[in-house]
Design a protein around this ligand. Structure first.
Ligand SMILES: [Zn+2]
Length: 374
């Protein structure tokens, strides 16, 4: 039964590169598939070309929502791929193409599982949502939360190698601007060199990086704070007027992005005083850390479901990247991350997923829903 592989092929062919997104194309593929299986769907085109798809089967009892995202990251340099990134290729038991793992493999498996479950008498409701915007701002999932299209539990499809993950890190982008004064390079005494000042800032920030790495989560490991971009100057004969430093911070629960932001701002303020010049700091929260308590019934049910499908897992895991789980947790709904494929394949050239894992994912989702709704 390779229905799921064919559905994945069609989803990969629907170019939903974000930006701009164009998720409507992917939503239409899923609509045709689900309607073909007699399941009513709603395509919610909330901006031109940007859409969520929603479907629901069963009634009464508990509700579980299976969800993942339609958008994919750009393919990068296409000539480095073994073929067209939007034409799925099969080789050595793997399926290659942009989105096979992040996260159209999850979507295809969820859709087929829902179609199969629609033929059973369920003791509750299973909802399915394919959302827009995960790779940029989470607009699709935020919209589901606003609409209350949730459940007693949410399963977010992301590549976890079909293991149950209950937590992910949050992410911040920190921009430090170190001012100087421009001058001709032959008259350095008339300028203030921001590059030399930035050297002091870089070494001063080391202490804060160390403090970040002291905060650890048992499943996610430590927080981190690293320099990722340094830029200053346009010409070799001119002292520039400022130097820009960018940092990436990863935050683990229970620490929040607000607390991390405050710590960064305070630290930079003190460093400014120490160094004797103003450092301008801008902190943007790009994702919040999230966690579901491991003793939630959803987590235990999911652990049982993966086990009967032959996945070996000692206990719930942490997910190494940020994802839409944060929005469902912010709404207070128990949420797990569970999907086919390895996280290392996400955003990679020649992204691929094991065909066997996609087939197994259909069973995992079906089993999970049956057990959760009983
Ligand atoms: Zn993803």
């Amino acid at each position: 039964m390779k229905e799921v592989v064919e559905l994945l092929r069609e989803l990969v062919a629907a170019r939903t590169v974000n930006p701009p997104g164009d998720e409507l194309r992917g939503a239409e593929v899923l609509r045709d598939y689900l309607e073909g299986r007699g399941i009513p769907v709603e395509v919610d085109e909330f901006l031109p070309g940007r859409a969520n798809l929603r479907a629901e089967v069963g009634e009464g009892g508990r509700t579980v929502l299976l969800t993942s995202h339609l958008d994919v990251v750009p393919p990068g340099r296409e000539e480095l791929w073994g073929g067209d990134p939007f034409v799925m290729r099969e080789s050595g038991g793997r399926l290659y193409g942009r989105g096979t793992v992040d996260a159209k493999g999850s979507l295809a498996s969820m859709a087929v599982a829902v179609a199969e479950l629609s033929g059973e008498r369920l003791k509750g409701k299973v909802r399915f949502a394919a959302v827009a915007g995960e790779e940029v701002d989470g607009m699709g999932s935020k919209r589901l939360v606003e609409q209350g299209f949730l459940g007693d539990g949410v399963v977010v499809g992301e590549p976890t190698s079909l293991k149950v993950a209950v937590t992910h890190k949050g992410r911040l982008r920190i921009t430090l601007t170190v001012p100087g004064r421009a001058s001709h390079a032959s008259r350095p005494e008339e300028g203030i060199n921001p590059i030399l000042r930035a050297a002091g800032v870089i070494s001063g920030m080391k202490l804060l990086s160390e403090r970040f790495s002291e905060r650890k989560h048992p499943l996610l490991g430590p927080c981190s704070l690293v320099f990722t971009v340094v830029s200053a100057g346009e010409k070799a004969n001119m002292i520039p007027d400022s130097c820009l430093l960018q940092m990436d911070a990863r935050v683990v629960p229970p620490w929040t992005v607000e607390e991390a932001r405050e710590e960064v701002e305070k630290f930079v303020g003190r460093l400014s005083d120490e160094l004797g010049f103003k450092i301008y700091v801008q902190v943007e929260a790009l994702g919040r850390p999230a966690a579901t308590p491991p003793d939630e019934p959803l987590v235990r049910t999911a652990m049982d479901a993966v086990e009967v499908c032959g996945v070996n897992q000692e206990g719930p895991e942490g997910f190494g990247a940020c994802c839409d789980m944060q929005h469902f947790r912010a709404a207070g709904v128990p949420t797990i991350i569970l999907g086919p494929g390895e996280l290392s394949q996400a955003h990679a050239t020649d992204e691929s997923v094991k065909e066997e894992e996609i087939l197994r994912a259909v069973r995992v989702y079906r089993e999970l829903v049956r057990r959760f709704l009983c």
